[in-house]
Design a protein around this ligand. Structure first.
Ligand code: PMP
Length: 278
């Protein structure tokens, strides 16, 4: 059987899903999305991701054209039929086909279920490096589809041997393009809250942090503090807890993956296993 996806109420093969050239998501960037993973057809933190999807849509004034129940049923049906060992669920909601190239129309919504793999093991054992860049996202609390700055920078950071880009405003760090960022300083775990996407992985790491012996500090932190950290890591659905050992040309501490980050990586992976077994 062909893999199925969902588009405006119908189940279709991916090739048959067509967004219009009049879609204001494409024309004016008026669109949001959501992304989460599933292992052997079991979605991970689906409730939290659907909550955030609703919040992103509300922040942009987009109306979700299906009920929560209908969306959940569609996702579970796709996961069952497509039967991938590891897959991603991507929900896309656009402002719809515009009558005049600017005004929003009736929203278009797709849910894709795409086979994927986990990130390379080496990233976790060796850590990764990121390139710093001065940039602020326009709607930081919403998961909009506008990653134009990051996509434009990709060839640059790849050529310099980095895995991603770390955004700051000249002083304060916000995020990595697709991840939240944490600083470890002694027993303190520091992460920002304002002006960043409320990451689902971030929220789970914050719950785990006291168990791993951290004192939490939720506050803005500067690029200077990040560079002077004992350990630095990022979190996201795709990367989970991933150590950052270098920013531009500067090593973080001795450039090795730190013990605390390792503990959190293990605790988070265990949390996912628990979720899948529950
Ligand atoms: N910030 C941004 C800008 C992102 O795109 C993502 C990925 N969704 C994150 C942070 C991390 O969020 P999550 O842990 O929910 O994947």
């Amino acid at each position: 059987m062909q893999p199925i996806h969902f588009f405006n109420g119908q189940f279709l093969p991916k090739e048959e899903i067509k967004f219009s050239v009049d879609d204001v998501g494409l024309l004016r960037g008026y669109s949001v999305f959501e992304y989460f993973k599933a292992y052997k057809g079991i979605p991970v933190f689906m409730k939290e991701h659907l909550n955030r999807f609703e919040n992103s849509a509300a922040l942009l004034g987009l109306k979700i054209p299906f009920t929560r129940l209908k969306i959940e049923e569609a996702i579970l049906r796709m996961l069952k039929q497509n039967n991938y060992p590891i897959s991603g669920i991507k929900i896309l909601l656009t402002g719809g086909n515009s009558p005049n190239g600017f005004s929003a129309g009736k929203p278009n919504m797709a849910i894709l279920n795409l086979e994927t793999e986990d990130s390379e093991k080496e990233f976790y054992s060796q850590g990764v490096s990121v390139m710093s860049h001065n940039f602020n996202r326009e709607f930081p609390l919403a998961k909009t589809t506008n990653y134009a700055t990051a996509v434009k920078l990709e060839s640059d950071w790849k050529q310099k041997g980095h895995l991603d880009v770390l955004y700051h405003d000249g002083r304060w760090v916000s995020e990595v393009a697709r991840s939240n960022v944490f600083v470890v300083l002694g027993d303190k775990l520091i992460t920002n809250q304002e002006g960043v996407l409320p990451g689902i992985t971030r929220s789970k790491v914050l719950e785990l942090a006291p168990e791993v012996g951290f004192d939490l500090e939720i506050r803005p932190f500067s690029l200077e503090e990040a560079l002077a950290a004992d350990e630095l890591f990022m979190t996201s659905t795709n990367k989970r807890v991933m150590p950052i050992v270098k920013v531009d040309d500067q090593l973080i501490a001795n450039g090795m993956v730190g013990a605390k980050t390792r503990q959190l990586m293990e605790a988070f992976d265990q949390l996912i296993r628990n979720e899948l077994n529950s």
